[in-house]
Design a protein around this ligand. Sequence first.
Ligand code: FES
Ligand SMILES: [Fe+2]
Length: 447
Amino acid sequence: MTAIQDQGGVDAFLAGVATDLDDGVLPIRAFSSPELHQLELERVFAKSWVYVGHVTEIPNAGDYVLRYVGRDQFILARDEDGEIHLLFNSCMHRATAVCHAEKGNSSHFRCPYHGWIYKNNGDWNGAPHRVNAYPRTMDPQQWGLRKAPHVDTYHGLIFVNLDPDAISLTEYLGDMAWYLDVTFGLNPHGMRVVGDPHRWVAGANWKSGAENFGGDAYHVPHLHRSGEEVGVFPNVDAALSGQFHIAVDGGHSIVASRGFLPEPWVLGAWPPDVAAIFELDKLTSDQQEFVNNGWCATVFTIFPNLSILHVPGVYDAQSTPPVMMTALRQWQPRSHDKTEIWNWPLEWIDAPAEFNRLSYDAMITSFGPAGLFEQDDTVAWQGPAEVGTSVFARQTMKLNYQLGQGVPGGFGLVEDWKFPGVATTSVYDEHNQLRFWKHWQEKVSEK
Ligand code: FES
Ligand SMILES: [Fe+2]
């Protein structure tokens, strides 16, 4: 383990982090540091494919919602031709926000300050007194809203990249796309959002949520035991038995499970009337094998800050059956020690309405601003955010990421894993978290 690098500059600190991660430790400063946070905005959020919404949030021409990349606010809009744009919500005259509604439908945005007008594809469309106030030579092409150079979708998930030189979304997702297929590609009509995303602010660093959802089944029987006791989670111990981790390149990571729910559920998780809507022949033979064996990508993180929750829950264990619930979750950085958490409940478009209702009810009792699990997690995640700025802690603390390492019969890799990525033999490990942090260290160090 290296000496603690609290006094050095950011470059020296990040170099030390790389060495520390090889030893399975992480200096607390990595979690909560204003200077590192600024670098993250520049080198991670402005250069990654970042999730901004679901296509079913803006189904019609003119629909728009306000969204964020890092801490910057954008308008996610569908133009009159049906094309999706991510427009920087800032007027080119004096930088006033041109859109103040969270969502709506409009062909144009008119700035409230002096009245410049923009089309919903971002083009400049005029200004009050234009003929008298601006020269004829004024080039409208120059004065449109700034916009993300890359917008793309995968299974209805809209991602953007602010870097003009970015690789394609498909390349960025890499093997994670395979696991999105076996999650969202079971039915050709896919899933849709249920209402607006829930959102609330937690006193946590965004990486606490991202690393937790990428590989921390270990905490579930401890932090969330009360969920089982009050009947909103069917079996907490199942969080460890039958589960394992999968890591794929690019900093993406997955908690996987096999056989969540027994017969009469089928494919490990679904009542027969829901499984009846699945068309597995749309998947590759390997993907069909994964699904038919009852495997499931359960909880995962797409680097940097999108997580997906795909687990069983129950609204009332006394009177309703456990059901799979699915949500997209985003860890929006607001500062080094504040995260706005967004939660989009999803439902299968073709599933029976009763299943979708039970699934939504189970979701809001366990996750979301009133969810029992959420309250557990966000209190625990305040620790690194607060302690990361402590002078004493920064001089004395490196966190332990050695779960399962060097334990006979403990942590190991599945040598004959035939599906994409690297799978572990159990969840008693922090392999995925280490890979997440190594990827973060590489990205935040890139100049
Ligand atoms: S700031 Fe928008 S028109 Fe002046
Ligand atoms: Fe949790």
